[in-house]
Design a protein around this ligand. Sequence first.
Ligand code: NZQ
Ligand code: ZN
Length: 391
Amino acid sequence: MDNFTFYSPTYFVFGRDSEEQTGACVKRYGGSKVLIHYGGGSVVRSGLLDRVKKSLDAEGISYIELGGAKPNPLSGLVYEGIELARKEKIDFVLAVGGGSAIDSAKAIAFGSLYDGDFWDFYCGKQGQVTKSLPIGVVLTLAATGSEGSTDSVITNEDGMHKRCADGDVLRPMFAIMNPELTTTLPPYQTASGISDIMSHSMERYFSHTRDVELTDRLLEAVMLTIVKEAKRVMADPSNYEARANIMWAAMIAHNNITGVGREQDWGTHHMENELSTTYGCSHGAGLAILTPYWMNYAMKHEGVDRFVQFATRVFGCQMNFEDPETTALEGIAAFQNFVKSIGMPTTIGEIGGKPEDAPKLAAGMFHEAPNHGHFVKLTPEIAEEIYRSAM
Ligand code: NZQ
Ligand code: ZN
């Protein structure tokens, strides 16, 4: 096991009606003038935004609002939010929504305290973010784990490059997680979230670090839970217990408790950034497409052992001792059948891509960003090969 540090200070409030505690949570973490940030309007239509405001009113906390964060959030609104936060002397940023509203809120929260361009932290000019306004979350979508993570992913409209900034200060002070709020999601978004949770586990599972038994088993627990609950929630979107297990699994999958002490990959995530920015698919749909093709490449070049373990322990494939590669391949096929069964696409063609796009996708990924992947160190040539195989 590798050396590591792990700091996860987020206070989680989980369960039915938990959004009623928003005001008390903001107060607990010292917020007095709040910027409420949300997406395209689902929280307005559901009445959640009104309930959140009522809870802030009850604690005598003042607030202003900025909606409009798009799925795969854009830099333009972040600049707008930073200006607003400075002008209004905001001391707390509250995201109400999914990963996109949260990530945009994180960028506004630290960007408003930074003298330079907030993008410096995404393009690699600056290292980790170390100073930010406090952030709180009322979550409406189980997927990214941004409610407990150190990350913020933003797309710069200047060239449409999607990049990640990180830092412990980007972990929210609190996250309110009411699984009932996710019952209004369209099936495509529920499935995209499920795919993202699987991917966060797989990016950590495929590792060259040896003897990481505990985190292997934690990752398997998350994946087995998701495979089981995905079936229940897709058949019955109002199933509270399935929604609850998926919501907590999403957080566990990406606050990094399952990833400490081991090399992690993240090549598929970096490749996915190009699909969501080029074709406008959801993050989870892009991952569902790419992961099996990345696995195929990785298995052939880095050895079958981890893939055999994945196949037997997560998808219950029978071990073929004479030809372990067939077991590994069965696991990859089982994973692909799983994402297909919940309605995710399995080729880039299905989201509008053509084989001739592959070089452009690889070039976009490597634009001012030379390092991708650890289990498999990606080069532009390897990335292009994987994109091409996924067409
Ligand atoms: O914008 P609104 O109107 O709210 O609608 C959203 C959006 O259209 C809708 N939605 C959300 N909750 C809903 C709902 N509709 C009905 N009922 C609800 N309860 O769903 C759509 C997608 O929302 P979005 O926030 O974009 O989805 P998600 O949570 O999957 O976030 C994806 C973004 O997070 C990034 C992704 O790259 C992508 O940009 N990621 C962030 C990470 C992090 N910060 O740690 C890690 C991930 O790997 C990921 O990269
Ligand atoms: Zn993800």
